[in-house]
Design a protein around this ligand. Sequence first.
Ligand code: DQA
Length: 159
Amino acid sequence: MAKKTKQSKILPIFILNGPNLNLLGHREPEVYGYTTLAEIEAMCARQAKGHNLSIVFRQSNREGEIVDHLQEARTAGCAVIINPAGYGHTSVAILDSIQALKIPVIEVHLSNIHKREPFRNRSYVSKGATGIIMGLGAQGYLRAVDAVAEILSSKSRSK
Ligand code: DQA
C-alpha cells in the first residue's frame, strides 16, 4: 500500500514535439512513417503505464511555446523526451532551456538525421541531451520511455 502512494507521486514524463510533427502520418511518410502523432501519444502512454509512469504529451509549431513547456517540466516533470524537429538544427533557445533542466532529457528523431541533408546532421539539442535515439521511427519514442524508466529506477536504487 505504501509503495502505491509513493509511485503515484512520481511526476509525469514530458514528451515534447516540435514543428510539423502534428502532420505525422501524412507528411513525407516515406521518411517519417505512417503513424500519426495521436497514435504515438497513445503508444507512449501505454508504454509509460507499463513502467508505472505517466506522460504529458505536447506538440507546438512555435519555438517560444516549446521553451515554455521545457520550463514547466523543470518543476512538473520527472524527465523530458523531446523531438525538436526542425528547431533541433537551429535553436539555441531550446538548448538553453534544456541545459537549465536537472532531469534526464532524451532527444528523439524518427529519421536518422546523420543519413540526411548536411544541414540536418547537427543538432543543438544533442549538446544538452542525456541520450539520443534516432532512425527507429515511432518505435524510438517507446525506447525513449524505456530509457527514462531505466534511468529513474537506477537513480532510485542508488539512493
Ligand atoms: C525530425 C528530423 C528533422 O530534421 C525534421 O526537421 C523533422 C523531424 C525527425 O523526427 O526525424 O521535422 O526531427
